[in-house]
Design a protein around this ligand. Structure first.
Ligand code: HEM
Length: 146
């Protein structure tokens, strides 16, 4: 279980970093990820899904607002659930855009939602990590939450 608890955050950070670099660089340089960039982006996608599904299963209980077993602050709990929501929106809108259901305009809007939920994901994830490491340095957190 300890190996799993160490592997999930590493996988989450590496897969999101890969998806973010290929996604935003493609968007800024050519309007959208294409070629090798898109291929790497899509290779990182299942790892993002796997890492965050595992994170929700392993740490969801410790981030419930009605419990305070692990000494996690309410701000960090809020950031955790904001992060999960952004990841969920990020995945769902792009998977929806791949279905032959939405027209060009709809797909364009879904790609925008994918891009903006990506910003939300990066912001809430970065803030979460800052607070996580700050609380470890203070020695406030129990080992259950790490
Ligand atoms: C979770 C799995 C993910 C899947 C299945 C996925 C899939 C895709 C696909 C298919 C595109 C091309 C869209 C197009 O050509 O219009 C794309 C673009 C993009 N992705 Fe992802 N992606 C994922 C995760 C992420 C993450 C985690 C980020 C950022 C943190 C991200 C940021 C972007 C950006 C910025 C674009 C360009 C959007 C645009 O052209 O307007 N993606 N993604």
């Amino acid at each position: 279980m300890n190996t799993l608890r160490r592997t999930i955050p590493i996988l989450a950070v590496l897969s999101v970093a890969t998806a973010a670099i290929t996604g935003y660089l493609g968007d800024w340089l050519t309007g959208r990820p294409t070629g090798w960039g898109l291929l790497v982006h899509l290779a990182a996608a299942p790892l993002v899904m796997l890492a965050f599904t595992a994170a929700a299963l392993v740490w969801g209980r410790a981030h419930r607002f009605d419990r305070d077993q692990a000494g996690i602050s309410p701000v960090r709990k809020l950031l955790f659930w904001m992060l999960m929501l952004c990841v969920w929106v990020n995945m769902t809108v792009m998977l929806a855009a791949m279905l032959p259901v939405f027209g060009y305009v709809g797909q364009d809007r879904l790609a925008d939602a994918h891009e903006w939920s990506g910003y939300g994901l990066l912001a809430s994830g970065a803030l979460y990590l800052v607070l996580r490491f700050a609380s470890t340095r203070d020695g406030r957190e129990s080992h259950d939450a790490s």
